[in-house]
Write a protein that binds this ligand. Structure first.
Ligand code: OXD
Ligand code: MN
Length: 597
């Protein structure tokens, strides 16, 4: 097929990939509706996709992946830099030479008899000064159709690229889906990604975690900006002013729910609104005004289906009602619709589970949907999508919020004392997995800035880069930490979460506007209980005070675990963070000895 560009850098690279993988056909994805419709038809004819009930789910399709290919595989994910130290102690590393050699063996003739699709895509609005261009070469129609939802694809991207050599070269091949030969190699020095033997979204939609986080974080380090695992949302007050926040949470902390939160009724009546800009990734740059401005580089949501319902996330549910691809959920044979755990209280009786086995949701002990089953939905479907979500200029960020799942340690919310202290808070971010036995405190996994699996370079350098960004920006956002998951001794959650989290966002925005005081505590600024609005909320003042207390014992334990993590980072750990750890240690020890009230 005729190539869609005369860019010699692109053509040379495509030639190399074609002669290595030897596809039967090569198709350039122009992004037109005609071409995409033909691909959907073809995928349905081969069984790769199944069309859902087009009255109930117009434009929606169903897909199932291989049983052992249902999640991102961190142990198969490598950062391939010439110097091992550039990948750092928290990433798997291979030398570029070794990874390319191994990759070449796997990719040699891997597309024999298959069609190769070349997808030009833009991360970020096409032509925005924030945006970056990539190509994904793949032998999967599923990938093409998902990339069409998650990114902006086609001819318009090539027009912006022109003759430039500034693009990310992504190669994906299903190969034989052999788990032992499954690799996701990132070559940040060459702007290159190779992913083989998987067909699961997180490993193969190369624009998302691979480019927009791993490669982009490396680019941001070299070029002076940040690529972060953060949602972006706007909070509109009754006067119509909107303030934006960016927030990072490790998985299973309700990030998509927070991004699409519906404020409690008392706030809605007064005219407060929340607008979603993005639910997973933010690219942040310093502008002339000294502030950090952010875009969401994606165009869709690749959300976890189980647990999503009209109550937990009405806006996400609405986003999936058209033009969506569902992967590894249950299939209702009665009306060709989808179902997953907690979708509603009426599971289908005549269904197929995520592996295609006949499944009765009323009687089966097995799950219908895989716990990591997904919807790929266009962001523009979201009822609360921000009017600014595609603004080429981005949105100004007033606050950065870090959050984790902590049963005891972190209070409901606190504010860092300074940018440096905020970077410390982000660097020591952690979340607890739920322990098998009820009531037991979970296992703590340190997940700095929620970037542990996504930082494309040395974590110590990454912390240093964060510190520098604060110094360079004259007016950086204020940094906060939240914890919606504090429990009492019986293990019950103390805070209702979901839409009620808006009350905490309100305090955060007021702090950014110097509109409310706070108490300086051992760990940072804590709200006075009376400053968290509990109007029409079933949380007593005692419980609220409890949510804001600092449990010195568990903080001291946390200090040890932060220390261990910092030791693992080694020489590249910035002095500023060592200093913050020792201030915290001192504050807590003094408190223990009774010298601080
Ligand atoms: C995701 C993740 O899929 O963080 O967004 O794993
Ligand atoms: Mn994510």
């Amino acid at each position: 097929m005729q190539s869609l560009t005369s860019n010699s850098n692109v053509l040379k690279w495509i030639d190399e990939v074609v002669s290595m993988t030897k596809p039967a056909n090569v198709v350039w994805i122009d992004g037109s509706d005609e071409q995409l419709s033909m691909l959907r038809e073809e995928a349905c004819s081969t069984g790769e996709l199944k069309a859902l009930n087009q009255e109930k789910y117009p434009g929606c399709y169903y897909h199932r992946s291989q049983k052992d290919d249902v999640a991102r595989m961190e142990d198969k994910t490598y950062i391939c830099t010439t110097d091992r130290n550039d990948a750092g102690p928290t990433n798997n590393w291979k030398s570029p030479k070794e990874a390319y050699e191994l990759g070449r063996q796997i990719f040699e003739n891997a597309m024999w008899g298959r069609t190769m699709y070349i997808i030009p895509y833009s991360m970020g609005p096409v032509g925005s000064p924030f945006s970056k261009i990539g190509f994904e070469v793949t032998d999967s129609i599923y990938v093409v159709l998902n990339m069409n939802i998650m990114t902006r694809i086609g001819k318009k991207v090539l027009d912006v690229l022109g003759d430039s050599n500034d693009f990310v070269r992504g190669l994906h091949g299903k190969c034989t889906l052999d788990i032992d030969k499954r690799f996701i190699f990132h070559f940040p020095e060459d702007n290159t990604i190779w992913s083989c033997n998987s067909a699961y979204g997180g490993n193969v939609l190369l624009g998302k975690k691979c480019f927009a986080l791993r490669i982009a974080s490396y680019q941001g380090w070299k070029q002076g900006w940040l690529a972060e695992h953060m949602l972006i949302l706007g909070i509109e007050n009754p006067q119509g002013e909107v303030k934006y926040v960016a927030a990072a949470f490790p998985s299973a902390c309700g990030k998509t729910n927070l991004a699409m939160l519906i404020p409690p009724e008392i706030y809605r009546k007064k005219g407060y609104r929340v607008w979603t800009v993005g639910d997973d990734i933010a690219w942040l740059k310093i502008k002339e005004d000294g502030r950090l401005w952010a875009i969401n580089p994606e165009a869709g949501f690749f959300g976890v289906a189980p647990g999503t319902n009209d109550k937990s996330n009405y806006n996400a549910m609405m986003s999936t009602k058209k033009d969506t691809i569902f992967t590894n959920v249950a299939y209702n044979l009665d009306d060709d619709t989808v179902w997953w755990e907690k979708f509603d209280s009426n599971p289908p009786e005549n269904a197929l589970d995520w592996q295609g086995n006949s499944w009765n949701g009323k009687t089966s002990a097995e799950k219908g949907a895989h716990p990591n089953s997904r919807f790929t939905a266009p962001a523009k479907n979201c009822p609360c999508i921000s009017g600014e979500w595609e603004s080429p200029e981005g949105v100004p960020i007033s606050a950065i919020i870090f959050g984790g799942r902590r049963a005891k340690t972190a209070p409901l919310v606190y504010q860092s004392r300074s940018w440096q202290h905020g970077v410390f808070v982000g660097s020591s971010l952690a979340s607890e997995t739920t322990a098998a036995a009820a009531g037991k405190v979970g296992v703590v996994r340190r997940d700095p800035m929620a970037m542990l699996p996504f930082c494309g370079y040395n974590m110590g350098e990454y912390f240093g880069h964060w510190l520098n960004m604060g110094k360079k920006a004259g007016n950086p956002p204020k940094i906060f930490h939240v914890n919606w998951f504090r429990t009492n001794d019986k293990g019950d959650f103390l805070w209702p979460g979901y839409g009620e989290n808006f009350r905490v966002l309100e305090w955060i925005i007021k702090r950014c506007e110097n509109g409310v005081g706070a108490e300086e505590s051992l760990i940072g600024f804590i709200p006075k209980a009376e400053d968290i609005n509990t109007e029409e909320l079933d949380v007593s003042e005692d419980v609220l005070r409890g949510l804001l207390t600092i449990d010195v014992e568990s903080w001291l334990e946390d200090i040890d675990s932060i220390g261990e993590f910092y030791n693992k980072i080694g020489d590249t750990l910035p002095e500023g963070l060592k200093e913050e750890l020792s201030i915290l240690n001192q504050n807590l020890t003094d408190a223990c000895e009774g010298s601080i009230a």
